[in-house]
Write a protein that binds this ligand. Structure first.
Ligand code: FES
Length: 138
């Protein structure tokens, strides 16, 4: 076997390894059935005077909910578990949206799906800011 043949075969093998686990099927992931239920009967208060939520673009995850402070100064709260396979989503301040780091699903600022493989929206929660107290409730 020549060096070129060896590299060709290794390259083909490596390409197979990097095929996304869910390619070609929206429900084909082995862990697709393990999505935690979105929190219900939510009513919590967070102090936004310090920490991640004190800065625009910051976010945190608590109690199964991701809370984000937008560049415009608003607060968003949606369920944190990706509806595809349950990974914890992230807030993307630049686009004021949410993204799953696992397989790349995207959601808008209300939790609606904007890109697969997820097909169901995130749960959205209400937010009310009073001083530095942010109430998050369903
Ligand atoms: S877990 Fe698959 S896209 Fe989020």
């Amino acid at each position: 076997m020549t060096r070129k043949e060896f590299l060709s075969q290794v390259g083909a093998g490596a390409a197979v390894l990097f095929v996304p686990a869910c390619l070609g099927s929206l429900s084909g992931c082995s862990n697709a059935g393990t999505v935690p239920a979105a929190p219900t009967n939510v009513d919590m208060t967070l102090d936004v005077s310090s920490g991640a939520l004190s800065v625009k673009g910051g976010y945190l995850v608590t109690g199964g909910i991701i809370v984000a402070h937008t560049a415009a100064g608003a607060f968003l709260a949606v369920s944190a578990a990706c509806t595809h396979a349950g990974s914890t989503i992230q807030y993307v301040s630049g686009s004021n949206s949410f993204r799953c780091p696992n397989h790349g699903a995207t959601f808008n600022n209300t939790g609606a799906v904007t890109g697969g493989p997820a097909s169901r929206s995130l749960a959205q929660y209400n937010t009310t800011l009073t001083g530095t107290s942010l109430r998050i409730f369903s």
